[in-house]
Design a protein around this ligand. Structure first.
Ligand code: NAD
Length: 271
C-alpha cells in the first residue's frame, strides 16, 4: 500500500472554527495587542478556516474580525459570556447558521486568582470554576454534536496553564487548570470513536495585554528567567501550537496535555 501523501497545508481550508476569548485591545497592533485567542483566530483564518470570534465585548471581538478581514480572511464576531449555558449554545448555533458546519473549537477563556485555600471564599472558588472549567465543558457540550453532524470529526484545544503542574500561590488556578487537563483526556476518550480529538496546551509565561497590565517589570523578569529560552512566549507561540493541534497535521494526536513554556517546567518552581 502506498504511503499516504503528506500535505503541505493544514487541511483547514473551508473548515470552521470557534475561538473563545478572541477579542483584544484596539489600536495596539499585532504585537502588544495580541491575546492568545486573537492570535489563534488570525492564524486559523490565515490557514483558510472561517472563524467565529467569541468575546464579551462586541468592539474588541469585532476588532479581531476586522484584522482578519484586512488580510482577506473570513470571520464573524459573536458576543457571549461562556460561563452561561445559553450563550455557549448560542455560539454554536450562530456558527452553524453562518457557515453550516463546525470542525474546530479553541477553548481559550480563563483567568488566574491569587491565594491559598485559607484566603479563598467559596463564592470566588466557584466563580473561578465557572470561568475556567464550566466554560470549556459547556462549549464542548454544544460543539461536539455539531462537529459530529458536520461529518468530518473535529478537534478541540483547551488552554491550560503551567500552574497546574507547578503550583505557586494561586490554588484555584492550579486546581481549575488541572481540571482542564482531566477534561481534555476524558473528551478524547469519550468522543474519539466519533472522530473528535482533544488536546490541552499547558501554557507557561506568555506576554499578553493582560499580563502587561498586571505584572511589574520585576515579576516579568522573573518569569522570563524561569524559562530555558530566556524569553517569554507570545500569543503567536500559543496560536501556532493551537493551529497545529486543530489541523489535520495533528490527526494522530489526541488526549495529550503539552507544555508550551520555553522549558520552564524543566527547571523547577515557576514564578
Ligand atoms: N498569558 C499567560 O501568561 C498565560 C499563561 C498560562 C495560561 N494562560 C491562559 O491563556 C488563556 C488566555 O490568556 P490571555 O492572557 O490571552 O488572557 P486575556 O485575559 O488577555 O484574554 C482572555 C479573553 O477572554 C475574554 N473573556 C473573559 N471572560 C470571558 C467570558 N466569560 N466569556 C467570553 N469571553 C471572556 C476576555 O475578554 C479576553 O478577550 C487563559 O485560559 C489563561 O488562563 C495564559
Amino acid at each position: 500500500m502506498p504511503f499516504e501523501t503528506i500535505a503541505n497545508d493544514y487541511g483547514l481550508i473551508g473548515k470552521v472554527a470557534i475561538v473563545s476569548g478572541a477579542g483584544g485591545p484596539i489600536g495596539k497592533g499585532l504585537d502588544e495587542g495580541v491575546t492568545n485567542g486573537r492570535a489563534t483566530a488570525i492564524l486559523l483564518a490565515r490557514a483558510g478556516a472561517k472563524v467565529c470570534v467569541v468575546g464579551r465585548s462586541p468592539e474588541l471581538a469585532q476588532h479581531t474580525v476586522d484584522l482578519i478581514g484586512m488580510e482577506g480572511g473570513e470571520a464573524f464576531a459573536h458576543v457571549a459570556d461562556v460561563t452561561q449555558e445559553a450563550d455557549c449554545r448560542g455560539v454554536v448555533e450562530a456558527t452553524i447558521k453562518r457557515y453550516g458546519r463546525l470542525d474546530c473549537l479553541d477553548n481559550n477563556v480563563g483567568r488566574s486568582a491569587p491565594g491559598d485555600v485559607t484566603e479563598m471564599s467559596l463564592e470566588k472558588w466557584q466563580s473561578m470554576f465557572a470561568l475556567n472549567v464550566d466554560s470549556m465543558m459547556l462549549m464542548c457540550k454544544y460543539a461536539i454534536p455539531a462537529m459530529v453532524a458536520s461529518g468530518d470529526g473535529g478537534s478541540i484545544v483547551n488552554i491550560g496553564s503551567l500552574r497546574s503542574i507547578r503550583p505557586l500561590k494561586s490554588t484555584v488556578y492550579t486546581v481549575t487548570k488541572g481540571a482542564v487537563m482531566a477534561l481534555t483526556s476524558t473528551l478524547a476518550v469519550d468522543h474519539g470513536a466519533q472522530g473528535i480529538r482533544a488536546n490541552c496546551i499547558i501554557l507557561g509565561p506568555v506576554f499578553t495585554p493582560n499580563i502587561n497590565r498586571n505584572l511589574t517589570p520585576e515579576r516579568r523578569a522573573l518569569r522570563t528567567a524561569a524559562t530555558l529560552t530566556k524569553r517569554e512566549g507570545t500569543g503567536w507561540d500559543t496560536a501556532q501550537l493551537a493551529r497545529f493541534l486543530l489541523s489535520d497535521q495533528a490527526k494522530f494526536l489526541t488526549g495529550q496535555s503539552i507544555c508550551l513554556d520555553g522549558g520552564a517546567s524543566m527547571i523547577g518552581p515557576s514564578r
